[in-house]
Design a protein around this ligand. Structure first.
Ligand code: SAM
Length: 263
């Protein structure tokens, strides 16, 4: 009987193991995806210190514009996915009667409470808002959060319940087209890049759920990746990413209202 024995030197086997590890790191481990709670608990400490973060800067523009047309003075406002309260100074400037933050991440809420020691916050574990009464809030704002919510129908149903009849909702988020095209929300933690789990909810799906609950669109904004934001990509040596996503819609904002007044 002939047997063929392949002899493998220790050096070769070491090289081969090294190659496999590098390939695995390159193709599978470069960006680790985590669920929201774990990811934002890790991101919380550095979340507020992100100069040159395109999404935060575009969100600032879009949200500021939608907020300017919404009267929140003397109103009860809920911020769902409030995070570290990035928009809270602007919201407080408009003198709401109350502002309550809801979020799944204890780490993000802790940061918010350090900045606003008297803040009213709730850490939520589902989409149902069981502890919040029907028609509690006049205005719901939610920025850069909706795509993290898996069951958006269930969530928007609950948001409609806790909002007063003639209430307003302002939503901004990463544009679903960009997410569907492979865009990811990532951050750096301990020298590795972490992506956060997202779900693609098309804007027309969000609108049609809210239409069923009696809402109408007051305003809708979008921002594209174009020459005006090219410098963000240049600064990060990411021009290939710019070329890949050029002309794609990157962020949207909608203001909806439930009222008989709107045609
Ligand atoms: C990108 S951050 C946005 C934080 C803040 N709104 C802002 O604009 O800076 C997304 C936030 O949504 C929260 N989040 C994720 N899934 C959520 C859910 N199902 N319900 C409520 N908040 C959620 C995260 O913990 C995180 O704080």
């Amino acid at each position: 009987m002939n047997t063929v024995t392949a002899t493998v030197s220790p050096v070769n086997s070491l090289l081969s193991a090294l190659k496999k590890t590098v390939q695995h790191a390159l193709f599978f481990n470069t960006v680790k995806e985590k669920k929201s709670v774990e990811a934002y608990d890790l991101w919380a400490k550095s979340y507020d210190v992100q100069p040159g973060n395109l999404m935060l800067d575009l969100d600032e523009e879009v949200f500021t514009q939608l907020l300017a047309e919404t009267d929140i003075t003397g109103k009860q406002v809920a911020d769902i996915g409030c995070g570290t309260g990035r928009h809270w100074p602007k919201l407080f400037n408009n003198k709401p009667a109350g502002l309550t933050g809801f979020d799944v991440s204890a780490g993000m809420l802790r940061r918010l409470e350090q900045k606003f020691p008297n803040a009213k916050t709730n850490q939520i574990t589902d989409n149902l808002f069981k502890d919040t009464g029907t028609a509690t809030y006049d205005v719901i704002v939610s920025t850069l959060t909706v795509a993290h919510i898996e069951n958006i129908d269930e969530a928007l149903h609950a948001w409609s319940r806790i909002l007063k009849y003639n209430g307003d909702i302002i939503i901004t988020d990463f544009h679903p087209n960009a997410l569907a095209f492979g865009g990811r929300r990532t951050f750096e933690h301990k020298h590795s890049s972490i992506a956060i789990q997202n779900f693609v909810h098309y804007v027309y799906d969000i609108e049609s759920i809210l239409f069923k609950h009696g809402f109408r669109i007051v305003n809708k904004l979008e921002r594209k990746i174009d020459e005006s934001v090219k410098h963000y990509y240049e600064a990060k040596n990411a021009l290939p990413v710019y070329e890949r996503f050029k002309d794609a819609r990157i962020i949207y904002g909608i203001h909806l209202k439930r009222s008989h007044d709107i045609k």
